[in-house]
Write a protein that binds this ligand. Structure first.
Ligand SMILES: [Zn+2]
Length: 127
């Protein structure tokens, strides 16, 4: 049951997850600013928004925390957006995903290496 895990802002620790969706503030290449909801279930891609966004594959989206407004672009891996995933109290994983629309790829930092994140990810590691 991966979707019980909660995603948090790395800067202010605000919980981004609600109803299996991860809430972000975003800015599109067309400078549209809106709220975007991504599935918190790994491997499930696509988005929801209250606005009719015109996203095409290859668009680079800027992601911001809806609470502290910080840019969520990763400082260590600038080609990715970085959020924290809390799997249980005191256990945090850094999760990285591409801000490019259509690039369906997510990584988790494990012992200083980026590991591809997939459905049974946590079935293979000891927590
Ligand atoms: Zn924040």
């Amino acid at each position: 049951m991966l979707w019980k895990y909660n995603y948090h802002c790395p800067n202010c620790d605000h919980q981004l997850t609600n109803n299996n969706q991860i809430h972000f503030k975003v800015e599109t290449e067309a400078n549209e600013s809106t709220h975007l909801y991504l599935s918190a279930v790994p491997g499930e891609y696509g988005y929801n928004s209250k606005d009719n966004l015109t996203l095409t594959n290859g668009d680079r989206i800027k992601f911001f925390c809806p609470s502290c407004n910080s840019n969520l672009q990763s400082k260590s891996h600038s080609e990715f957006i970085e959020v924290n995933m809390k799997v249980k109290e005191g256990i945090l994983f850094e999760v990285f995903f591409s801000p490019v629309y259509g690039e369906q790829i997510t990584y988790v930092m494990m012992e200083d290496e980026l590991v591809k994140y997939h459905d049974d990810f946590f079935g293979e590691i000891e927590l």
